[in-house]
Design a protein around this ligand. Structure first.
Ligand code: ZN
Length: 125
């Protein structure tokens, strides 16, 4: 078991998954830049808010909505269905990218609380 996951990490080599390692400072620059670009995409509505509910599984070769890289079968893939323009849109993201996406969404909502007005009342202030 341990040997298998270690080889997966070695193959992966991208350090995208914060859950496999100690959340360190060396990834902060990479995540910081990605976080910024995700926030910009949220602001211009090029990207929907991060979903609360996702399906997790092994990568199926989909393209990550956050980093635009392929999610390979040795990586964790998060599948999310978000409401689009009248239809539901399915999006995929790496586990680490989903984390960045959620952080960006939280930051975006705290900056612009009015953008959420009327949609839901699930904020018991
Ligand atoms: Zn990604």
């Amino acid at each position: 078991m341990l040997r298998t996951s270690r080889s997966l990490i070695a193959v992966n080599r991208r350090r995208l998954n914060p859950y496999w390692g100690v959340s360190g400072s060396s990834d902060d620059d990479v995540h910081g830049a990605l976080l910024k670009s995700v926030q910009e995409r949220l602001e211009c509505r090029a990207l929907p808010s991060a979903p609360d509910k996702v399906w997790v599984g092994n990568g199926t070769g989909q393209t990550c909505i956050i980093c635009t890289k392929t999610i390979y079968s040795d990586e964790i893939e998060n599948e999310a269905v978000v409401p689009g323009d009248g239809v539901a849109i399915t999006l995929w993201a790496h586990l680490g990218c989903l984390d960045v996406w959620r952080r960006a969404t939280r930051a975006h909502k705290s900056e612009c609380p009015s953008s959420e007005a009327g949609s839901s009342n699930d904020h018991p202030a």
